[in-house]
Design a protein. Structure first.
Length: 266
């Protein structure tokens, strides 16, 4: 029996692909832009903060990456259509969608208002659903398949005692959306998966990496449950992301990929 001919470089090649990155200015959004942009994808970057989006656009262009900014969040059908239209106008279609946006609002359920709960669900679930719907319609019309990657969390699988009822619920819903669309769109050659990090280095989590008593105490307690024995780095998300956005994952759909050092394994 002869060895199968496997072109490993081609498996992970996203050069020339049109990729929409929603929430591009956030910590994970920048990882997505850096990973896909460096690999040659042509980016449509979206965010609600115009000044931060402009800074990111310049940084990407200075690094030799191709990008088009759209100053919108996926809060409505009109927003999502405008984002897709921008990608189609710039690059002739949409091949990849990464939802890197999201929010949390910590509060015990008795103290949290329905409005606060609904705001988390809008940002983490409804916006993802609306954006996937718009991109899915475009991808199906194109007839060449596509890649959709949502951002879940270890908290989609695990609860948390410190007032995470809105966040955990929203990420569990993202997991359900991932599985249902994976089933629905498989016949179109569109794979739908989610990447689920735990704590990784970012401006929001920088305090956990600090060298002070409080950070050490929290970090040691957390790492007692992480088999790899360390907190995450942006590079730990880049590999799974590139896999989910490339041909390498063509036979993988409806999966939640936990980039968590084994946190959810035990």
């Amino acid at each position: 029996m002869s060895l199968p001919r496997i072109d490993t470089a081609a498996l992970f090649d996203v050069a020339g692909k049109s990729a929409i990155v929603v929430g591009a200015t956030g910590a994970f959004g920048k990882v997505v832009c850096a990973t896909l942009g460096k690999a040659g994808a042509r980016l449509t970057i979206t965010a609600g903060n115009a000044s931060e989006l402009s800074l990111l656009e310049k940084e990407l262009q200075d690094a030799g990456m191709t990008c088009v900014p759209v100053n919108r969040r996926p809060n409505s059908e009109a927003d999502c259509k405008a984002i897709v239209d921008a990608a189609v106008s710039a690059y002739g279609g949409v091949d990849i969608l990464v939802i890197a946006s999201g929010t949390n609002d910590v509060g015990m359920i008795g103290d949290q208002t329905p409005e606060r709960f609904q705001a988390v669900m809008l940002a983490n679930v409804e916006g993802a659903w609306l954006m996937a719907r718009a991109c899915g319609q475009q991808m199906i019309a194109q007839g060449r398949g596509g890649k959709v990657v949502f951002t879940s969390s270890a908290r989609g699988k695990l609860g948390h005692p410190a007032g995470y009822s809105a966040y955990c619920t929203s990420k569990s819903a993202v997991d359900g959306l991932t599985r249902s669309l994976g089933c629905e769109w498989g016949k179109h050659g569109i794979t739908v998966n989610a990447i689920a990090p735990t704590v990784f280095r970012s401006p929001v989590t920088a305090w956990m990496f600090a060298d002070d008593d409080n950070a050490r105490k929290v970090r040691e307690g957390f790492l007692a449950r992480v088999p790899i024995g360390r907190l995450g780095e942006p590079e730990d998300l880049a590999g799974p992301l590139l896999f989910l956005c490339s041909r390498a994952s063509d036979f993988h759909t409806g999966h939640i990929v936990y980039a968590d050092g084994g946190y959810t394994a035990g």
